[in-house]
Design a protein around this ligand. Structure first.
Ligand code: 5GP
Ligand code: MG
Ligand code: MG
Length: 185
């Protein structure tokens, strides 16, 4: 539906669905259904993680609650500076809760490491991360994550929540963009 904007499908809808089930099993094992800290709190990072977050929550066999945060990192649209601004904060206090950050993609890791520092200062009972995608070759800082869906090459990807200039989030798969979209030839 986007003409020839998508150069290739990197991860299909079926592959994503399978991986989400695997990750849901991993997450459910880590958290008891009747934890004294109460329901697991999923913190989704807007907007990229929305599909992953909702698909994951539906597959989890432990009760969860959902909160969302929006952060924006200064820098160009395709690279991160590590200087992060909160555009939308959590609505609830997370002190004493089991918190699981749900991320779309770890690129340099700078946004996530900032977020981990920020959220851990609010004294959650536990703080973990699950990310659908990670680019190992782009990592600039070490971040410990409980679950990773796919390690992918250092290429700009869109779809399944991920955008370029707010477009392509609605694609059910993860794909690479034709360079003509961002002004290349
Ligand atoms: P980091 O701070 O890890 O470098 O970047 C994190 C954020 O940059 C991601 O949450 C995402 O919003 C954006 N980003 C990084 N790589 C990609 C990519 O390949 N495609 C898209 N659409 N966004 C990306
Ligand atoms: Mg993100
Ligand atoms: Mg984006």
């Amino acid at each position: 539906m986007y003409g020839d904007d998508i150069a290739s499908v990197l991860i299909s809808e079926e592959q994503i669905a399978e991986k989400v089930e695997e990750l849901a099993e991993l997450v459910a094992k880590r958290y008891p259904a009747d934890a004294p800290e109460g329901d697991l709190l999923l913190v989704g990072v807007l907007k990229g993680a929305i599909f992953f977050m909702t698909d994951l929550a539906k597959k989890l066999t432990v009760p969860t609650q959902m909160e969302f945060m929006a952060v924006s990192s200064y820098g160009s649209s395709t690279s991160s500076s590590g200087v992060v601004r909160i555009m939308k904060d959590l609505d609830k206090d997370i002190a004493g809760r089991n918190v699981l950050i749900v991320e779309d993609i770890i690129d340099s890791g700078l946004t996530l490491s900032w977020l981990l520092r920020n959220l851990s200062s609010r004294n959650p009972a536990s703080l973990e991360v699950v990310t659908l995608l990670r680019k190992p070759d782009a990592l600039r800082t070490q971040v410990d994550v409980m679950g990773v869906g796919f390690d992918i090459p250092n290429e700009f990807v869109v779809g399944y929540g991920l955008d370029y200039d707010e477009r392509y989030r609605d694609l059910p798969y993860i794909g690479t963009l034709n360079p003509k979209v961002y002004g290349g030839k």
